[in-house]
Design a protein around this ligand. Structure first.
Ligand code: HPA
Ligand code: ZN
Length: 337
């Protein structure tokens, strides 16, 4: 292993932007298809990987929702989660706030309870074997109607003690945050934190709506905020966390080349940027791969990487005292370099 790879793997970090369905590796997809007797339109793992060529977000979403069809039973969600936590632990992730898309499953007749209990089984395993802490973020699919999101929030009511936040994902263009103003207000009243994807493909206006109409606590992606200097300054001033996903940005053509990625510009502008993997099985790498890809393409220093890790704890939904403990461990790691 290179020095940089070893350094990144050892850097304590939180992952704040990870879709658990996007961690479904082709090998597990085949195993679950067999286990559940579900046909998939691929003959080999190589064929699956070959299909992962996207020129926009929607290309990816079509194949991602199709892949999720092999997830049927509680054990499937558990096995999916365990596989991700094992990879994350190897990458130095000590805390993960993971998103899940209940509507992708309930629309196929898989009960909400099956999804959430399977994920909670996986979380219990991660806590026991890796000492990792985990929070769940329930995402609403923004291409569906507001009423569907409300029904999902209602289905989640019995489980709210196990859910930290709601989020907003899926096709961004044409589905602005304001479409979900009322359901986000209801989630806030239920004691949940709020995150939303905005400014991945959508314009800076969508980021403004996520801030002013939804009242988000954290911004997923947010890249296109940089097109608006006033918005950028506001995000910096308010210490809004951005969950940036470099390999995702490359695969979905949010950037043309990793050499053009704005991660260092975000730090220079004073944004609380973090590095995350989004959908690692589809975008070619887990969180450490994302740190390394960004570091190599943008010549990030070890201090920059430590700042990104620091931001991941500051941007988490952990209590302040727990954050302080993680920051102390991060400082000790850097002091020992
Ligand atoms: N953007 C929007 N929706 C998503 C993503 C993403 O990057 N990943 C999974 N669902
Ligand atoms: Zn995402």
């Amino acid at each position: 292993m290179s020095d940089l790879t070893t350094f990144i793997a050892g850097l304590p970090k939180a992952e704040l932007h990870l879709h658990i369905e996007g961690s479904l590796e082709p090998e597990l997809m085949f195993a679950l298809a067999r286990r559940n007797g579900i046909a998939i339109p691929f003959a080999t793992v190589e064929e699956v990987r070959d299909a992962y060529r996207f020129s926009r977000l929607q290309d990816f979403l079509d194949i991602y929702y199709q892949g999720a069809e092999v997830l049927v039973r509680r054990e499937d969600f558990r096995d999916l989660a365990i596989a991700y936590f094992d990879r994350a632990a190897a990458d130095g992730v000590v805390h993960a706030e993971i998103m899940f898309d209940p509507q992708t499953h309930t629309a196929r007749g898989v009960p909400f309870e099956t999804v959430v209990t399977g994920l909670l089984d996986g979380i219990a395993d991660a806590e026991a074997r890796h000492g990792m802490s985990v929070r769940l973020i329930l995402c609403f699919l923004r291409h569906l109607e507001e009423a569907d999101a409300f029904a999902t929030l209602e289905a989640a009511r019995p489980w709210l003690d196990h859910i930290a936040a709601v989020g907003l994902d899926s096709s961004e263009l044409g589905h602005p945050p304001e479409k979900f103003a009322r359901v986000f207000a209801a989630a806030r009243s239920a004691g949940l934190r709020l995150v939303a994807h905005a400014g991945e493909e959508g314009p800076p206006e969508y980021v403004l709506q996520a801030l002013d109409v939804l009242g988000i606590d954290r911004l997923d992606h947010g890249n296109r905020s940089l097109e608006d200097p006033l918005l950028t300054a506001r995000l910096a001033r308010s210490a809004m966390t951005l969950t940036v996903c470099p390999l995702s940005n490359l695969k979905l053509c949010v950037v043309d080349d990793m050499a053009d990625h704005p991660i260092d510009r975000m730090l220079r502008e004073g944004l609380r940027a973090t590095i995350n993997s989004d959908d690692p099985a589809y975008f070619g790498g887990y969180v450490a791969d994302n740190y390394r890809a960004a570091a190599e393409a943008r010549s990030l220093s070890r201090a920059d990487l430590a700042l990104l890790a620091r931001n991941s704890f500051l941007g988490s939904f952990l209590p302040d005292a727990v954050v302080a403990g993680h920051l102390a461990r991060l400082d000790a790691y850097m002091a020992a370099q």
